[in-house]
Structures are given as structure tokens and as C-alpha cells.
Design a binder for this molecule. Structure first.
Ligand code: HSE
Length: 435
């Protein structure tokens, strides 16, 4: 076999980037893989729009089915996105015996178990490096470079939009809306930015990492998800004064009886390397029992970084194919018989430290009522901070707790929110600092 034929479904930003690398770096790819990675077709409903790549005549077509059914095509790359037509095309391609590469995090995290099953039944590969953290090779790292490790934990910044917004508010005094608008203009926010802001995109990616790290099935529905929409500049300012940075973290922890899987704003010490991951950059810290901490950092979105990850999968599959094998590593990093049902720690059983912000009317006794409620729930306060009255006569009161149980913290939060002297909904941020 002197060439591998590739068909791409979707010629948007990432599809164009993948085509650019296949066409413009054809020699480099041939030198590295020992074969020609030939872009036979790329499909898009719009074949007329100007794109930053020059196709030979007949390569850009509108008929995706033609690509999926072409017996000469070895690898299908799905870059349409979404969960309807993309899913249908991937299933058809797998059933036609094609290897599939996709960047579709939403689809994998919700229908991954079904897609992996179909790929296994048809003895083809399903690769998805570009689905999580853009160009950072975290899927390969977990599947292949930590084989001798139990993965104790993963902490990651996986959404460039949220990280950009938090950075711009904390370091340049942007408003939330201003920062989001700029993220949208820069092109890394999702078409529906709620997916970014409310942590859903991060949860999609965490579901994928969780699966690969621990050999469990996809479990998106069990992941606790909170976004960044309730964080105020005041929280960011207090965090900084207390020696912390607020990041939207994806956290996966391996406990003896279960796995913690959660996405929420998190206060981390400024000394934590993730604290310095700014703007739209992504980073993943893996704690393996043999390796200790490994940190990977890079662009989590964007045309060429994401295209680079897609190309890695194409090259990997091609090399395996050329070696006469159908699949070198299991799709999820563990053979099918060793994949377990996920047992996720119920959020109410989490224990951690908390930052609690209450906006209180400035009356005598308010503070003692709040601390009394926390005490009744067995929550011990480490520090209390209060300063600056607002024009409406309220004051922000911030408390940092010792380690407490989430269930107790939520009960306390509910009682505090019912106090007449607390006119705004109180808000908590979990703290991760190994104290
Ligand atoms: N909207 C995503 C982000 C794009 O902001 O990171 C990459 O998945």
C-alpha cells in the first residue's frame, strides 16, 4: 500500500486546517509515516466559500455519503460537530469498515459507549485526540504514556473561553460581557457560549479523560457541573487577597471505592502552576503514582492546533495499518473486557474547603447568625473577611472554612439564604489546596 486515502466530513475551520496540513505538508507527513496521506475528498454543504487552502479539482464536494461509501477511503475524519448527522455519518463509516477520527467531544461524551461498541464490532479504530484540550496530546498520554501508573488525579483547564474570561476580569479589569464578546470575536467560544460558560463543554472533555484514565465507561450524566456565571469581580479580588486564583477546573480523582468527577470554579493557590495558565490556554495536570505530577500545556482550540491533533490520529492509524494491524491500542486504552461501570462519588459526599460569600445587611448580629448556622452544620470557619459597604447599605462577608462535607455546606447555604439580613443568594467556591 503506497498511500492511505482520507475523507474529511466538514470543511469549516478545523476541516480546513486538517486539509491544509495534509496538502501543504504532504512531504513532511510522507517522510514521517513512510506513506502518502492522500486527501481524496472533503465535504461541505458550502463548496463555494473562499478557504485558506487550495484543493485540486473535485476534492471539495457536497456529498458526504459519497465519501463514506467510497471503498478506496481508509480513514474518515468527522469534523461536522453536533450530535445528529455527525453521529449518523460516524456509525455508517464504522459499519463500512472505515477507521474514524473525530474531534466531537459532545457526541463522544454522550454517545461514546455506543460508538465504541460499533467500532469494536467492525474491528476498526475510533480516535479522538482533538476532542479534548486541542493540540495537547492528553489522550495519547493517558492511553500510552502512563501505562505503569494508577492515575491518582487529573486537574485541568479545558475551556479556553472560560479561562480567557477569568483572566481578562482578574488581570485587565474587563467586565464579564466584554470578555465573553472578545472570546467570541477571537473564535474559540462555542456557537452557543452557554456550553462554555456553564461548564458543559468542560464536562464533555472531563467525561472523555475520566474514561481513558480509569478504564470506565462514559459517564457524563454523573459529572457535577457548575460554570463561571456566578463569579463576581469581588470573588476574584478576595481570592487574590487570600493567595488564590479562581479557575474553572475539571477534576477527576481516583478513590478506593469511587471516582470524583466534577467541574466547577475552583480556588487554587497562586503557587499552583495551573494558576498561571492564562487567557485561552489549556493545561492538564496528571498525578500518576509512579510519575508524580506531569503537566501538559497548550492551545485548547483554534484551527491549526486542533488540526495538528487530528493529524496525529490520522498518522497513528496509518502507521498501524501499514504495520498490518487493524488497531494497536484499545480505543479507550483498556481492552473491552476490563472496562468497568463508573462509580462516581455523589457530590453530597465530597469533602473540601470552601470560600463562602454572603452579601449582608450591616446590622449587629448578622455575622453571628451566619457563623451560627455553619456551626450547627458542623462547619468550622478558618477566616472571616468583611470590608467596604455598598451604596445600598450591604456589606460583603467572606468566610473560608476548614474541610467540610458538601452536604452540610449546602444545608447551611440554604439556611443562610433564608435570613432576612442576607438579601442576595450566597455563593460558594470550592478550594483545592491540600490543606
Ligand atoms: N469552546 C471551546 C473552548 C473550544 O473555549 O475551549 C475548544 O473545545
Amino acid at each position: 500500500m503506497n498511500e492511505i486515502n482520507i475523507g474529511i466530513l466538514g470543511c469549516g475551520v478545523i476541516g480546513t486546517g486538517v486539509a491544509k496540513i495534509l496538502i501543504e505538508k504532504s512531504d513532511l507527513l510522507s517522510k514521517r509515516t513512510g506513506t502518502k496521506l492522500n486527501l481524496k475528498y472533503i465535504s461541505d454543504l458550502d463548496t463555494n466559500r473562499e478557504r485558506d487552502v487550495k484543493f485540486d479539482k473535485g476534492v471539495l464536494i457536497s456529498d458526504s455519503e459519497k465519501i463514506i461509501n467510497d471503498p478506496e477511503i481508509n480513514i474518515i475524519v468527522e469534523l461536522i460537530g453536533g450530535q445528529t448527522i455527525a453521529k449518523e455519518f460516524i456509525i455508517k463509516a464504522l459499519k463500512n469498515g472505515k477507521h474514524v477520527v473525530t474531534a466531537n467531544k459532545a457526541l463522544l461524551s454522550t454517545h461514546g459507549n455506543e460508538l465504541v461498541k460499533i467500532a469494536r464490532e467492525n474491528q476498526v479504530d475510533l480516535a479522538f485526540e482533538a476532542s479534548t484540550a486541542g493540540c495537547i496530546p492528553i489522550i495519547k498520554t493517558l492511553k500510552e504514556s502512563h501505562i505503569g501508573n494508577h492515575i491518582k488525579s487529573i486537574s485541568a483547564i479545558l475551556n479556553g473561553t472560560c479561562n480567557y474570561i477569568l483572566t481578562k476580569i482578574s488581570k485587565q479589569g474587563f467586565s464579564f460581557e466584554q470578555a465573553l464578546k472578545t472570546a467570541q470575536e477571537k473564535g474559540f467560544a462555542e456557537a452557543d457560549p452557554t456550553l462554555d460558560i456553564e461548564g458543559i463543554d468542560t464536562a464533555h472533555k472531563l467525561a472523555i479523560l475520566n474514561t481513558i484514565a480509569h478504564g470506565i465507561d462514559f459517564n457524563l450524566e454523573d459529572i457535577h457541573v457548575e460554570g463561571i456565571s456566578r463569579i463576581t469581580p469581588l470573588d476574584i479580588q478576595y481570592a487574590s487577597e487570600l493567595g488564590y486564583t479562581i479557575k474553572l477546573l475539571a477534576i477527576s480523582k481516583f478513590n478506593p471505592d469511587n471516582i470524583e468527577a466534577r467541574v466547577h470554579p475552583t480556588m487554587i493557590p497562586v503557587s499552583n502552576p495551573l494558576s498561571n495558565v492564562d487567557n485561552s490556554m489549556n493545561a492538564v495536570v496528571v498525578d500518576g503514582d509512579a510519575t508524580g505530577h506531569t503537566m501538559l500545556y497548550g492551545h485548547g482550540a483554534g484551527m491549526m492546533p486542533t488540526a495538528s491533533a487530528v493529524i496525529n490520529d490520522i498518522a497513528d492509524i496509518s502507521r498501524t495499518f501499514l504495520a498490518g494491524s487493524k488497531r494497536r491500542t484499545p480505543i479507550l486504552g483498556f481492552p473491552e473486557k476490563n472496562i468497568k461501570k463508573a462509580v462516581i462519588l455523589p457530590m453530597k459526599n465530597l469533602t473540601t474547603r470552601y470560600y463562602l460569600r454572603c452579601i449582608a445587611e450591616d446590622h449587629p448580629g448578622v455575622l453571628s447568625k451566619v457563623s451560627g448556622i455553619l456551626g450547627d452544620e458542623g462547619i468550622s470557619i478558618e477566616t472571616v473577611h468583611q470590608k467596604g459597604m455598598k451604596s445600598n447599605g450591604t456589606v460583603p462577608v467572606v468566610m473560608v472554612t476548614h474541610i467540610a462535607k458538601e452536604e452540610n455546606m449546602l444545608k447551611a447555604l440554604n439556611k443562610i439564604s433564608q435570613l432576612d439580613s442576607i438579601p442576595e443568594e450566597p455563593y460558594l467556591i470550592r478550594i483545592e489546596d491540600n490543606k
